[in-house]
Design a protein around this ligand. Structure first.
Ligand code: GRF
Length: 195
């Protein structure tokens, strides 16, 4: 059984979708817990709905990382999924979970990534530059923000009259559809290599 911890500080719609996907389709992959840095994050409701334990850590714990590494190791977690988690990940976490931290970003990286590029700011910048398409990127996390190896990308076209809201909706649909499958593929590929 491969255990995943999902880090989320937002509404948690991806956390919900991922949890639901594995419960319904593949129980050899288990969402063990959610980790958050925000007391009132929407992901608490998701945790309650799916009966997944949720743990809040201080922002400083994400900066240092040791406490989290110990915590995750004690729970036998082998993968970390970042689903709307905005804090930078401590180097010690990256070293201890080498190539096993997966993030999703709501643009076609390397475009519209990096500092300040999250949520609606990404879509605003994309529309301001009159791009003809945007999309999602699912990538491994390394020490450079939004620059780890890209595992998967999917684009969507931008129509005339597209708004931040309509684009955000399109992107969210792509995220919910592809993110669980890409996680599953990656975890299973890794298990095969280990055999
Ligand atoms: C997603 O758009 C994801 O790409 C980004 O943060 C957002 C999280 O949304 N990293 P939610 O909290 O899963 O609804």
């Amino acid at each position: 059984m491969s255990k995943i911890a999902i880090f989320a500080s937002g509404t948690g719609t991806n956390a919900a979708r991922i949890t639901e996907y594995f419960l319904q389709n593949n129980q050899s992959i288990h969402i063990d817990c959610f980790i958050t840095n925000k007391a009132n994050a929407g992901v608490y409701k998701v945790a309650e709905r799916f009966d997944v334990p949720i743990f809040q850590f201080e922002n400083s714990d994400f900066v240092k990382g040791d406490k989290l590494v110990n915590f995750l190791k004690e729970r036998n977690i082998s993968w970390i999924v970042l689903a709307g988690f905005l804090r930078k990940i401590a180097p010690t976490l990256i070293q201890n979970f080498n190539n096993k931290i997966i993030n999703i970003h709501p643009s076609l990286l390397p475009n519209y990534g990096g500092k300040g590029m999250y949520g609606k700011y990404v879509h605003q910048a994309v529309l301001k530059n009159e791009e003809s398409e945007s999309g999602i990127s699912i990538h491994l996390v390394n020490e450079a923000f939004d620059e780890g190896e890209i595992l998967f990308q999917k684009s969507c076209s931008i129509e005339e009259g597209e708004t931040v809201e309509s684009l955000a909706k399109k992107i969210q649909q792509l995220e919910h559809h592809y993110f669980p499958k890409v996680i599953e593929e990656r975890v299973e590929a890794f298990l095969k290599e280990e055999k």
